[in-house]
Design a protein around this ligand. Structure first.
Ligand code: UTP
Length: 315
């Protein structure tokens, strides 16, 4: 039933329309966050969670993604000849991170469709899904916890965050299973973050119709039965095959299919396909960067002061 999780699927075939025209010729996952493309943070996170077999589902502009994780002998030779050791290490590291396989989605018919494309590669094992444009601040910690919860409960596990009610219509939202007036928690001494059983999921509900303010973020640990459910899932919202709709069935058939547990992740997470989040991710990672962090922090302080002074002068 539940097994050790070693495979990860990274969907990166979306159109990235929210970031046009930057994403006209390159995938949004290749946009840099400081000095690494967003997708590299995601691959590093999978490796930190001990996932060694990665399958990336890509689209029409896939070549830069494949190239990024491939060797470039001419570049390595040039860096070596110039004695640029740390850059050489950084370049080599990208090709040595993990065993990455690639698959084209064909038509971008939605996240559920991208997941279904991995059926043959994944087979009968449970597997992780990491959205290629989502960066989780605490690296592999969240995914490691999700895998541990999956092994403990046998459920498919999703990650959620509390968002303001006025933002729920941008997300998939969960309905926790309520027992005696409160959400049914997964209990155990070693569970670091609140984790609740899920009764239902709704994709992008209107604020007045949302069952909670717990919004799904881009990490999942799924049982292989999800493929059979996805095969029967008709296009939903936006004409796309929605992973949320398949999860709804897994949640509703808890006795047969193991149900769904949601981990409420307290850390920061950035949807780098969204302009504001992308900029925030750049600022957070720039401040933490060993080379430029100090200078960025200093400049940010000055800039914030200048903005406040401008606001004061206007007011
Ligand atoms: P998004 O909801 O961010 O959609 O997809 P999008 O098309 O990529 O971006 P916008 O809304 O047009 O700006 C969430 C994740 O699912 C993948 C995306 O690559 C992203 O990682 N995805 C989405 C696919 O792989 N295939 C699809 O058909 C749709």
């Amino acid at each position: 039933m539940t097994s050790r999780v070693t495979k990860a699927l990274i969907p990166a075939a979306g159109l990235g329309t929210r970031f046009l025209p930057a994403t006209k010729a390159i995938p949004k996952e290749m946009l840099p966050v400081v000095d690494k493309p967003a997708i590299q943070y995601v691959v590093e996170e999978a490796v930190q969670a001990h996932l060694t077999d990665l399958l990336m589902v890509t689209g029409r502009n896939k070549t830069p993604l494949e190239n990024h994780f491939d060797r470039v002998p001419a570049l390595e030779d040039a860096l070596e000849a110039r004695g640029k050791e740390s850059l050489l290490d950084a370049v080599r590291r990208t090709s040595e991170l993990a065993d990455v396989h690639y698959l084209r989605q064909g038509d971008p018919l939605g996240l559920g469709h991208a997941v279904l494309r991995a059926k043959q590669h994944v087979g009968e094992e449970s597997f992780a899904v990491l959205l290629g444009d989502d960066i989780i601040q605490s690296g592999g910690e969240l995914l490691r916890e999700m895998i541990a919860l999956h092994v403990r409960t046998g459920a498919s596990v999703i990650a959620v965050q509390e968002v303001p009610m006025e933002q729920v219509s941008s997300y998939g939202v969960v309905a926790p299973h309520i027992v005696d007036g409160s959400a049914e928690a997964v209990v155990g001494d070693d569970i670091p973050w609140p984790s609740v059983w899920v009764d239902g999921l709704v994709e992008k509900p209107a604020a007045g119709e949302a069952p909670s303010n717990l919004a799904i973020i881009g990490r999942y640990v799924l049982r292989p039965e999800v493929f059979e459910v996805l095969e029967r899932t008709s296009p939903g919202r936006g004409g796309e095959i929605q992973l949320t709709d398949a999860l709804q069935e897994l949640a509703a058939r808890r006795d047969e299919l193991g149900g769904v547990v949601a981990v409420v992740y307290p850390g920061r997470r950035y949807d780098t396909g969204n302009k504001l989040d992308y900029l925030k991710a750049n600022i957070e990672f720039a401040v933490a960067h060993p080379e430029i962090g100090g200078a960025v922090r200093e400049w940010l302080g000055e800039y914030a002061g200048a903005l406040a002074a401008e606001g004061g002068a206007r007011g």
